[in-house]
Design a protein around this ligand. Structure first.
Ligand code: CAA
Length: 291
């Protein structure tokens, strides 16, 4: 099957990045969110990020203008249902994702492939509630989507070969690289990355280091582009906690228990950059450690 149009559900940091790269690759994009404000914010962020790419001569002004014109924003889910491939990129909560798929189902064309950008939830379980488990996959982008090279492609137990191959062709058209992962909790990237971030929070919780020394250690001592606490803020502490809970519940091993300090930050509503406070306070000129 040749994919021409892509539906993206959720216009948050992942959804807007996905719409950005898909439209630049030539796909018609229908971007959906329940909030009109979120849709407008997403579109203006896409334009800003593309303008930066034009100024750095990564794309031409014409490519930018054509890509932007290929994006339609809508609050109506049925409009998304008429695309060839749908990527759900809503909040990392299974009930929300299920509700979205439930609402899409009556409006879908037979050929439409359903995917989720979930970072950890079982693809097989999400797929089993739809009318097309064989046409359902995990399509997991990394943040920031326009910059990161990898997409994890996760097959559920029922996913068929043509669906996998269609998604692989889309990843290749984006100029990105696919890693094929089996459907076990948190797949590959987050199975490895999140326990490291969680361990960094334990290191902070136990007073082994402070925010600065922990981040500096991993940046300068392990050559990571961001320290683990800075990266946690970037990803969102609620997302980090949700992924640790999926690992803990799904693998039933205490080595995945979320650090109580991570839970405390989430309880405070200090979710990282998106709420302006997390392990750093972003309200001033430069980020200031909160511990
Ligand atoms: N959109 C588009 N372009 C962006 C961007 C965005 N949101 N953010 C940064 N860029 C571009 C910049 O324009 C810049 O482009 P040029 O090379 O053309 O100049 C380039 O990226 C580098 O950016 P900066 O110079 O501003 O900053 P940097 O060198 O510090 O890099 C970074 C920023 C790419 C984010 C880098 O710090 C990094 O790689 N961090 C780690 C990110 C990471 O690990 N992501 C994975 C998270 S895990 C995940 O996403 C999975 C999950 O499910 C939770």
């Amino acid at each position: 099957m040749t994919v021409k149009s892509i539906g993206v559900v959720g216009a948050g940091q992942m959804g807007n990045g996905i719409a950005h790269v898909m439209s630049l690759a030539g796909y018609d994009v229908v971007l959906n969110d329940i909030s009109e404000d979120a849709l407008k914010r997403a579109l203006s962020l896409i334009e800003k990020n593309m303008d930066r790419q034009v100024s750095r001569e990564k794309i031409t002004q014409e490519e930018r203008d054509q890509a932007v014109s290929r994006i339609v924003i809508t609050r109506e889910l049925p409009q998304v249902a008429k695309t060839d491939l749908i990527i759900e990129a809503a909040t990392e909560q299974e009930t929300i994702k299920q509700k979205i798929f439930d609402s899409l189902l009556p409006h879908l064309d037979d050929h439409t492939i359903l995917t989720s950008n979930t970072s950890s939830i079982s693809i097989t379980r999400l797929a089993s509630r739809t009318d097309r488990p064989e046409k359902f996959m995990g399509f997991h982008f990394m943040n920031p989507v326009p910059v990161m090279q990898l997409v994890e492609l996760i097959r559920g137990i029922a996913t068929d070969k043509p669906t996998y191959e269609t998604c692989l062709a889309v990843v290749e058209k984006l100029g990105k690289t696919a890693a094929s992962a089996e459907d076990f909790p948190a797949f590959i990237v987050n199975r490895i990355l999140m326990p490291m971030i969680n361990e960094a929070v334990y290191t902070l919780y136990e007073g082994v280091g402070n925010v600065n020394s922990i981040d500096q250690s991993m940046k300068l001592g392990a050559n990571h582009p961001m320290g683990p606490l800075e990266l946690a803020d970037f990803i969102g502490l609620d997302t980090c906690l949700a992924i640790m809970n999926v690992l803990h519940d799904g693998l039933a091993d205490t080595k995945y228990r979320p650090c109580p300090l991570l839970t405390k930050y989430v309880e405070a509503g200090w979710l990282g950059r998106k709420t302006q406070r997390g392990f750093y306070d972003y309200r001033g000129e430069t980020p200031v450690p909160t511990r």
